[in-house]
Write a protein that binds this ligand. Structure first.
Ligand SMILES: O=C(O)CCC(=O)C(=O)O
Length: 305
C-alpha cells in the first residue's frame, strides 16, 4: 500500500505525522484490555476530577496512577513499557528535534451519553511555545495510539505556526465560538488509524476529536513536553494537575519496566521529585498538627476565630 502519511521528520512543516504499526496487534490488544479495565474502574472510583466522570466524559488522565493497577502490577509495567517503547521515543525525537520529558498518559473514549462532534481549537499553552529552542515543533507533542480502529481525530495541516485565517477564525473564535463544532473547516484531515498505529500532532495546530456514542473509541494518548518548556513552567507555576505524579517516588513503581524504558521515566521522576517531596513534607507537617489537635480534644483552630 502506498502511503501519503506525513513522516515524523516533516511534522514541523505539516503539524502532524503518522507512524503505521508502531505496536503489533497483540500489544495493541493487551493495551486495549488494560485501558478497558482502568476505564471501568475510573467510572466507579475516579482518582482525578478533571474531567469529571459522567455521560459526556470522553477522556481520562493518569492511566499510570498505580491505584488503577493495585491488583494488576503486570498491567502497569506493560503500560509503562509501551509508553516509553524505544520505537515510540525515537519517532518523537525525530519529530521534535529537541530534548523532551514524559508528561501525561490519557485515554480518549466514546461517551456513554449524547454524541458530539468536538470543538475546533488550538491548545492553550500560553507562552510555552516561545520558550522552545525550535518553535516550529512547539512546546511538546500529543501522540495518539489507536487501540481499536479510529478516525475520530481531525486536524488542519500546517496550521500550527500561523494565526487563524478568516475562515478558521469564523469557526474557532468568532461569535463566542458558537460555530466551533462546524463540519466545514477548510483543509481538515481526518486521521484514520488501525490498532497499533500512532498519530502525533503539535498542540498549536487546529484540531478536534469526534465523540459518537455508537462508535467505539479507545485511543491511548501520550503527551510529552520539551525539557526547556517543562523547566520554565515549573519555575513560573510550580506543579500542576498534570505534573503532580508523586507515585513515581514509590520504590516499586518501575518494577518490571525494561531498562531502556526506565531511563525515560526516571528522567521525568528526577526532574519533578524535589517538588513532590516538598509537597509531601508540607502534608506531613499539617497532618501531624491535625493528629495532635484531635488527640488533645482542643477545638480545631480552623473553625474558631
Ligand atoms: O482526539 C481528541 O479527541 C482531541 C484531542 C485534543 O483535543 C487534545 O489533545 O487537545
Amino acid at each position: 500500500m502506498t502511503s501519503v502519511d506525513p513522516a515524523p521528520a516533516v511534522l514541523k512543516e505539516q503539524s502532524y505525522a503518522v507512524v503505521r504499526g508502531l505496536f503489533d496487534p497483540e500489544t495493541a490488544a493487551r493495551l486495549h484490555q488494560i485501558c478497558e479495565r482502568v476505564l471501568a474502574q475510573w467510572r466507579k472510583a475516579p482518582r482525578h476530577d478533571n474531567p469529571p466522570v459522567g455521560p459526556q466524559a470522553n477522556y481520562m488522565r493518569h492511566l499510570n496512577d498505580p491505584e488503577y493497577h493495585r491488583d494488576h502490577p503486570d498491567d502497569l509495567a506493560f503500560l509503562l513499557n509501551a509508553l516509553g517503547a524505544p520505537q515510540l521515543i525515537s519517532a518523537i525525537a525525530e519529530a521534535l528535534g529537541e530534548d523532551f520529558l514524559f508528561f501525561i498518559a490519557s485515554l480518549y473514549f466514546n461517551p456513554a451519553g449524547q454524541s458530539e462532534d468536538g470543538f475546533w481549537h488550538k491548545d492553550k499553552i500560553g507562552d510555552e511555545v516561545d520558550i522552545a529552542q525550535n518553535t516550529a515543533t512547539g512546546s511538546g507533542l500529543q501522540i495518539q495510539i489507536a487501540l481499536v480502529p479510529s478516525d475520530d481525530l481531525e486536524l488542519v495541516p500546517q496550521s500550527h505556526l500561523r494565526d487563524y485565517t478568516p475562515a478558521e477564525h469564523a469557526i474557532c473564535v468568532a461569535d463566542d465560538a458558537r460555530n466551533n463544532r462546524s463540519n466545514d473547516m477548510p483543509g481538515q484531515v481526518r486521521v484514520s488509524l488501525q490498532p497499533g498505529d500512532a498519530a502525533m500532532f503539535s498542540q498549536t495546530c487546529i484540531h478536534r476529536g469526534r465523540y459518537h456514542k455508537d462508535k467505539l473509541r479507545r485511543t491511548l494518548m501520550l503527551s510529552v513536553k520539551k525539557k526547556v518548556v517543562a523547566a520554565h513552567s515549573l519555575r513560573q507555576r510550580g506543579l500542576d494537575q498534570y505534573s503532580d505524579q508523586p507515585w513515581f517516588l514509590l520504590p516499586d513503581y518501575l518494577n518490571g519496566v525494561n531498562p531502556e524504558v526506565r531511563a525515560f521515566f526516571q528522567e521525568f521522576s528526577d526532574f519533578y521529585a524535589p517538588h513532590w517531596r516538598a509537597k509531601l513534607t508540607e502534608m506531613l507537617k499539617y497532618s501531624s498538627v491535625l493528629r495532635t489537635l484531635a488527640e488533645s480534644g482542643a477545638p480545631n483552630p480552623f473553625f474558631t476565630d
